[in-house]
Design a binder for this molecule. Structure first.
Ligand code: HEC
Ligand code: HEC
Ligand code: HEC
Ligand code: HEC
Ligand code: HEC
Length: 256
């Protein structure tokens, strides 16, 4: 190889290497999809966030994950969020009672919280440090939790539903997102929520079927909004659905 040829080969090899790395991130060879570890307390989402029809309490996801629509990171509910109910709800089954007792111990209820400790929940979903993922931008754009996390309200034990790899992110950013898809993922597609008052059959394009569009009648109060069903962030009601929501997909959007 001549000196000149060698020098032109180097950038070529460099590009190849970058290409391979990007491709592996894109298809997620190292994805931890499906991972669902044991938790320090057997917390059942179906009991809390599951629909009332299925015997759940129908709590909104934001009741516990109350930073999802405010900040980049969601974080875990504080033990006091649990104690709001579990100071008095002690459980009915033997197993339930034993698990709830653990909450009371973490909260140090007996010692008035002097030695309270956060519950050491095992983190499941995590993107690498060099990836910028702002929850708030997605939640406020009407992307339902279930579009990305799957039907958590029915999961006895939470597991990573989506790959979270680069191809998965970019795919939605390029193709765009229609809140109706999220409604479907959230399990409300053709089932009108109890308080649906849209005036047109639920799911009619251009109407607000849990999704607000220009010209459609607004829900009269927050509690009338179908978005109050578990999983649907209340802000979904202000998202226009006539157009797919597209997002930036230049490298700097997610990698600063
Ligand atoms: C009563 C409080 C509560 C409600 C309501 C609730 N969660 Fe959770 N969530 C938790 C707790 C506690 C954990 C940690 C234990 C576990 O993984 O089960 C958790 C874990 C998670 C995780 C995994 C976090 C990780 O480590 O990556 C996801 C995702 C999640 N919840 C989504 C949801 C969604 C979506 C809803 C609404 C359908 C919801 N949660 C409703 C309390 C709640
Ligand atoms: C666009 C996809 C997407 C949507 C929508 C989404 N999440 Fe997430 N979620 C993720 C990703 C990606 C991570 C990992 C983020 C990271 O590592 O910084 C994550 C992490 C989490 C975690 C663990 C965070 C922690 O700090 O331990 C919880 C809990 C969670 N999400 C709950 C929710 C809830 C509740 C909603 C709806 C209100 C929601 N997510 C909506 C993609 C999403
Ligand atoms: C809005 C009230 C409310 C909140 C907040 C709440 N729970 Fe519960 N939880 C309940 C009710 C009601 C039951 C059913 C108790 C029964 O079986 O009688 C229950 C049951 C449970 C059980 C037992 C399940 C079983 O197998 O019987 C566990 C464990 C539990 N909750 C953990 C938690 C944790 C951890 C948190 C905080 C992240 C939390 N709960 C927050 C109301 C709540
Ligand atoms: C289901 C669709 C969907 C998925 C999956 C998704 N996003 Fe998004 N993302 C959106 C939408 C819609 C917006 C636009 C929000 C807006 O317009 O305000 C957005 C906005 C963003 C923004 C803000 C961009 C800006 O304009 O500054 C970042 C950063 C981002 N997403 C990162 C990610 C990353 C990282 C992942 C994967 C871990 C991901 N997203 C997965 C739909 C998605
Ligand atoms: C919508 C968000 C998003 C955009 C846009 C994006 N990336 Fe990524 N990128 C990610 C995520 C998420 C990961 C982590 C993937 C994983 O953990 O499997 C990643 C990982 C990577 C990695 C690390 C691969 C590895 O295996 O270590 C490289 C390199 C990379 N991206 C380059 C790029 C380049 C170059 C662009 C522009 C063409 C780009 N990214 C645009 C979300 C994005």
């Amino acid at each position: 190889m001549t000196q000149r040829r060698k020098w032109t080969a180097i950038p070529g090899l460099f590009l190849l290497a970058i290409g391979a790395v990007v491709l592996s991130a894109y298809s997620g060879a190292s994805s931890s999809q499906g991972n669902g570890p044991e938790q320090p307390i057997k917390f059942p989402h179906p009991k809390h966030a599951g629909s009332v029809a299925k015997g759940g309490l129908g709590l909104n996801c934001l009741y516990c994950h109350n930073n999802a629509n405010k900040s980049a990171d969601v974080g875990m509910p504080a033990v006091n969020t649990c104690m709001g109910c579990h100071a008095s709800v002690t459980g009915t089954t033997e197993q339930g009672k034993a698990e709830i007792k653990k909450i009371v111990q973490y909260a140090d209820y007996a010692g008035m919280g002097k030695n309270a400790k956060p519950i050491p929940w095992v983190r499941i979903h995590k993107v690498p440090e060099y990836v910028h993922f702002p929850h708030v931008r997605h939640v406020n754009a009407g992307v339902t939790c279930q579009s990305c996390h799957g039907p958590v309200q029915d999961m006895t034990k939470v597991y990573q539903y989506s790959s979270l790899n680069m191809g998965w992110c970019v795919n939605c950013h390029v193709n765009g997102y229609d809140p109706k898809e999220g409604q479907k993922a959230a399990g409300y597609d053709s089932v009108p929520p109890a308080h649906y008052s849209g005036g047109v059959p639920y799911g009619t394009p251009g109407s607000f079927a849990g999704i607000m569009t220009t010209g459609a009648t607004k829900p009269t109060s927050a509690s009338d909004s179908p978005a109050q069903a578990p999983g649907a962030p209340s802000t979904a009601a202000t998202t226009p659905s006539s157009e797919r929501r597209r997002a930036r997909y230049d490298c700097a959007a997610c990698h600063y």
